[in-house]
Design a protein around this ligand. Sequence first.
Ligand code: 6PG
Length: 240
Amino acid sequence: MSLARRGSEIFSKAAKKSVETRGRFSVAISGGSTPRDMHGMLGKEPFRSNILWENTDIFWVDERCVPENDPTNNYGAAKKDFLDRVPVSKAQIYPMPIDVSPERGAVLYHQELTNFFKSKEDEFPSFDLIFLGIGTDGHTASLFPGQIALKEKQKWVVVVKGGNPNVSRLTMTYPLLNRAKRIVFIASGREKARILKAVLENTESRLPACMIVPLTGEIIWLLDQEAASLLSRETVDEVV
Ligand code: 6PG
């Protein structure tokens, strides 16, 4: 089974469980290249029909502050890959604002999350599912090594600058990400093997991806054979 298929199945099952429990399904997705095959699959049968799209609300863990039609804009890519092909209304899709200053965008997205989750002042919302990727430097979302954003304890969304492309970005922070009910990392390819070994097998590692530790939720690492190629057998739950 491919990563894309396995990720799509997790998406579908999480949606079904959340809707059965709460009537809604809130998911936050990542950008970059790895999730694009999965996003493409979500927009095709059987997932186009069997996911409860009318009950699904879609957010982003991060966004590059570039125009929507810029090929590196995460929302723009997801729109092409599946959002334009599945029965979700614009009201169910929450792109991070990139048409205002990054600082203003972070405040607006925090307000959007507060309104959506009807969160109280000091209460962090809990997503039903969050998909994360990992960079070869161990970053996840747009939480890059050595950046002050890694220390953020209060804000839900902050502005950073970095990555490839090296632009201003909005990113969710650990306090928000770590409250998810389920976090799924997706990684593929040999170029991720070294960083995955550092993150998953070096208990001393303080790489950004190591700080994703759900408070009460579950974490799943969805890796293909190449990405998992340096991991010891006991580390790996499932390789696809
Ligand atoms: C982003 C992503 C980022 C991504 C990693 C891996 O917007 O850049 O959220 O965290 O998941 O950089 O990217 P690839 O999948 O392209 O290797």
